[in-house]
Design a protein around this ligand. Structure first.
Ligand SMILES: [Zn+2]
Length: 408
């Protein structure tokens, strides 16, 4: 346990925040600081063929110790942290034998991590929690995943009696800005399938995510003195409002859950002459997803008829539900499920209301469900991870390797 804690603390105290406004990969120079260290560490624990490419993608191999062919599987995590919250000067705190009460993260600023608000805390009474000091995020997303994969590989290397096939490991930059998979060399990686270790609570196992598109609506208006505007003025703001008002009001993020899709207008700016807004479209179901995009096109067409072709609509697909790519190889979910059940974890299988790198990788030819890494409250100062959950993730990774080898 102590080693897992130290390994994790070593990672989170290196600032690796990514930046959506940068065009380079990695998006920030500082991600190299941890990437280089990680590559050394993978060599040190005894993995083979450790490589780090020009874009800071790290790959390594644990050779098979079986005398017959087995599937090659992979485990993937990302080392960047979200640009949404500070990751400078992270000072983790360790709470041993958590008593189920409020945790004072920062006495000076009165920042409290309380089970009254974050009920999940009560699941971890008696356990060891790692929290922030209330001024930064923690980075358990996804350095917990990295610590778990490295620890599992080290454990397997130190226990040659554990039979396993070839296992691949990859750590990527820039997941938090949606680019973790972009420059991932699936062919070089060479796995038949893989698991991202990037989920939250113990037991999470995910192979379904949203189909996603973004849309931009641009409206050209005509400004005329309001006193003389009759029949002449075209108010771009009013037309934008008209467009938004036709969208079903109950199909928004704040009114939906589970498998319900939505439209989400997240940006608006307007004057009489020019208005534009952006929205995202999300739906697990492919045909509903297409219908949602159709609805936007129909609204644009109708309003273009009414208002003399003043609307331009641009729809861009972003990512798709990986379920279609996972289901033909469903044993890869079954193996993860069995691994969890064998060590007494009840799998929590639910559709992700978002995307993962695994969904992009699945469409790039590497089927890639997501399993838990153990942390909670990602992307903010209340982020925490129970060390016992990290230990369970290590056990699950080892078990997945064993079960895969045993199935041949
Ligand atoms: Zn993550």
């Amino acid at each position: 346990m102590q080693q897992l804690i130290e390994r994790f603390l070593g990672y989170v105290t290196v600032d690796t925040q990514s930046d959506p406004n940068s065009d380079t990969t990695p998006s920030t120079e500082k991600q190299w600081n941890l990437a280089t260290e990680l590559a050394y560490e993978l060599e040190r624990i005894g993995l083979k063929d450790v490589t780090i490419d020009d874009n800071a993608y790290i790959m390594a191999t644990l050779p098979s110790n079986m005398d017959k062919p087995t599937p090659t599987i992979g485990f993937i995590s990302h080392f960047d942290t979200t640009p949404d919250f500070s990751s400078t000067d992270i000072k983790p705190q360790i709470i041993r034998n958590y008593d189920g009460k409020d945790i004072v993260l920062n006495a000076q600023e009165n920042i409290i991590l309380s089970p009254d608000y974050f009920e999940d805390l009560l699941l971890y009474k008696g356990q060891t929690l790692i929290t922030t000091d209330g001024t930064t995020l923690l980075g358990a997303d996804d350095k917990a995943g990295i610590a778990e994969i490295v620890t599992a590989m080290e454990f397997i290397i130190q226990h040659p009696e554990i039979k396993h096939g070839e296992v691949k490991v990859a750590f990527t930059p820039d997941e938090e800005i949606g680019r973790g998979a972009h420059k991932f060399d699936v062919v070089k990686f060479g796995a038949d399938w893989a698991y991202t270790v990037d989920g939250s609570q113990v037991g999470e196992l995910e192979y379904e995510n949203f189909n996603a598109a973004g849309a931009k609506v641009v409206i050209k208006g005509k400004s005329v003195h309001p006193g003389y505007a009759k029949g002449k003025m075209v108010n771009a703001i009013s037309i934008a409002n008209e467009f938004i008002a036709i969208l079903p009001p109950e199909e928004t993020p704040q009114c939906t859950s589970g498998r319900q899709g939505f439209f989400h207008v997240h940006h608006f700016q307007g004057e009489i002459e020019h208005a534009e807004f952006e929205l995202i479209i999300r739906d697990h179901d492919k045909s509903h997803f297409e219908k949602r995009k159709d609805l936007l096109r129909k609204i644009a067409k109708k309003l273009n008829n009414d208002h003399n072709n003043c609307i331009e609509l641009i729809i861009t697909d972003q990512y798709y539900n990986m379920r279609g790519k996972i289901e033909p190889a469903f044993h890869i979910v079954e193996i993860a499920k069995e691994a969890m059940e064998t060590i007494g974890i009840t799998p929590i299988i639910k559709p992700i209301r978002g995307g993962t790198d695994g969904s992009q990788l699945s469409f790039m030819g590497l089927p890639c469900p997501n399993i838990f890494a153990g942390g909670h409250n990602f992307h903010g100062k209340y982020e925490y991870v129970p060390v016992e959950s990290m230990q369970k993730a290590v056990e699950v990774i080892v078990k997945i390797c064993e079960i895969t080898a045993g199935q041949v």
